[in-house]
Design a protein around this ligand. Structure first.
Ligand SMILES: O=C[C@H](O)COP(=O)(O)O
Length: 252
């Protein structure tokens, strides 16, 4: 079993093209080799062209924060997975709790997006995670397992082997309140076991699982030391070059 760690910045609705180029120029020569740690930035669609051009020839991988499940048609305001692929985008985040919450995305929508992303030769980063209320009710496993089952519906084991899953407890996002490394590991292990039940051991060993929620340079090492945590999906701490570099170079 050798899963390459993947540290992804999720810039959310931050950064403009000029700031994007400045960021890439500040980090691009200090990124780890991609075989050691995959360094990824997922940026707003309007920044992707600048990000891709600035990152060319470096170890920086590029992802989008969302896309639609159709490649073209009368869908005003949406972004085409086919065009993202054509531009050079490799990853697309789907099912982030902010999209589920503010934009009312359903498990069914997210599953359609996963299929469209794979059909276009990119890799989805499928987010899941429970609210504080659900955790306090002791129903977090049930909740996350159901999101995973719905998100993976109809995907092949070959696809799931390449997938990235991000476990992000909603109560830990942007709050400064990280899940403890044990809490994070426990859920990532449950997710891997769910993949094993749905597919097989090999697929479960291949799928990469990230933790997200107030990941910072100060806690990344402890989280990454856990056996079922293969990466981080990082919001706030991915916006500054120094902090991003400390995250992706956590092994040094
Ligand atoms: O996708 C990233 C997460 O929402 C975590 O955000 P955060 O690192 O600012 O807590």
């Amino acid at each position: 079993m050798s899963r390459t760690p993947i540290i992804a910045g999720n810039w959310k609705l931050n950064m403009n093209p000029k700031e994007t180029v400045e960021f890439v120029n500040a980090v691009k020569d200090q990124l780890p080799d991609s075989s050691k740690v995959e360094s990824l930035i997922c940026a707003p669609a309007v920044d992707l062209d600048a990000l891709l051009k600035a990152a060319e020839g470096s170890n920086l991988h590029v992802g989008a924060e969302n896309c639609y499940w159709e490649n073209s048609g009368a869908f005003t305001g949406e972004n085409s997975p086919a065009v993202l692929k054509e531009m050079g985008v490799q990853y697309v985040i789907i099912g982030h709790s902010e999209r589920r919450g503010y934009f009312h995305e359903t498990d069914e929508d997210i599953n359609k997006k996963a299929k469209a992303i794979f059909a276009n030769g990119m890799t989805p980063i499928l987010c899941c995670g429970e609210s504080l209320e659900t955790r306090e009710a002791g129903k977090e496993n049930e909740w996350v397992v159901s999101q995973i089952k719905a998100g993976l519906e109809g995907l092949t084991s070959e696809q799931v082997s390449k997938l990235v899953i991000a476990y992000e407890p909603i109560w830990a996002i942007g709050t400064g309140k990280t899940a403890s490394s044990d809490q994070a590991e426990e859920m990532c292990k449950t997710i891997r076991e769910t993949v094993k039940d749905l597919y097989n051991e090999e697929t479960a060993e291949n799928v990469r699982i990230q933790y997200g929620g107030s990941v910072k340079p100060a806690n990344v090492k402890e989280l990454m030391a856990k056996p079922d945590i293969d990466g981080g999906l990082v919001g706030g701490a991915s916006l500054k070059p120094d902090s991003y570099l400390a995250l992706v170079n956590y092994q040094d």
